[in-house]
Design a protein around this ligand. Structure first.
Ligand code: 15L
Length: 265
């Protein structure tokens, strides 16, 4: 399995957890990896280089594409890395005959969606509503995935990831957290689900305070193990209970939707 962005935050977690689940990793990043996991191959390449990605994809049974800019930046930087990069990976997968691609999308593709007052938001209830240039690139990621699934019959699973972090550090994260163990479980499910076709699923743990519906992710075989609520008392003691009128809590994308949020974040 080809893993792009292998040296990144989520890539590092997957390199730790996927081999135990039986995946042999071909780990690619633009920076060299400094340690080696059992059975792992290393490649240094830029995902926006189509020839290099085509070489890397040869013989792979799947691609997990995480490489890119993981927050707001200039349009030039974020569109190049995330849109050109995703196109290059999907095109390489198609040309190399790789049947399945898992793409890192983000909640910020839908960031201006109001958080539901009650009940859970399904993916279908949250069409594109990006909160940043970064969010626009994640809308494009999902659109490119749909194109390659519909036109070429590839299986493409887009993960609308919440907050992938060792632990929640804000009260928003009590709703959006995706634990390290659940990052591995979600990607493993996206890789193994029989014939998913094109799918878009939220990526969070089984958080008590979730506002995203995990029905579609569970249908792939994802069984989240963690719940951010175990961190709630400590975070609420510092920050107080989330105020639903505060834009950070009123909208899916949190602080990304606020006027003063910019590329410095
Ligand atoms: C994301 O998409 C970012 O990559 C990450 O840094 C966090 O900001 C996360 O979303 C989030 O919404 O918490």
């Amino acid at each position: 399995m080809l893993l792009t962005g292998a040296a990144g935050r989520i890539g590092t977690v997957l390199r730790g957890g996927l081999p135990e689940r039986g995946w042999a990793l071909r780990s690619l990043d633009v920076v060299p990896l400094t340690d080696t996991r059992p059975g792992e191959e290393h490649l240094v390449a830029d995902v926006t280089d189509p020839a290099a990605v085509l070489d890397a994809a040869q013989g792979a049974d799947a691609v997990v594409h995480l490489a890119g800019v993981s927050g707001e930046s200039t349009w030039a930087a974020v569109s190049h890395a995330n849109i050109e990069g995703t196109w290059s990976v999907l095109e390489a997968a198609r040309r190399a005959g790789v049947p399945r691609v898992v793409l890192a999308s983000s909640n910020h593709a839908t960031g201006f969606t109001p958080r539901p007052g009650s009940g859970l938001l399904r993916e279908a209830d949250a069409p594109p509503r990006p909160d940043t240039f970064y969010g626009v690139t994640k809308v494009a990621t999902e659109a490119l995935g749909a194109l390659y699934a519909d036109r070429y019959g590839m299986d493409v699973v887009c993960l609308r990831i919440g907050t992938a972090a060792p632990e929640p550090t804000t009260t928003r994260h009590l709703s959006t957290w995706l634990s390290p163990g659940d990052q591995v479980g979600l990607v493993d499910a996206a890789l193994r689900a029989p014939a998913p076709g094109f799918a878009v699923v939220w990526g969070i743990s089984a958080n008590t305070r979730a506002w995203w519906d995990l029905t579609a992710a569970r249908a792939l075989g994802y069984e989240p193990q963690d719940d951010a609520e175990v961190f709630a008392a400590a975070l609420v003691e510092v920050d107080g209970e989330p105020d639903p009128a505060d834009p950070v809590h009123a909208r899916v994308g949190g602080e990304f939707t606020t006027r003063d949020f910019d590329a410095e974040h």
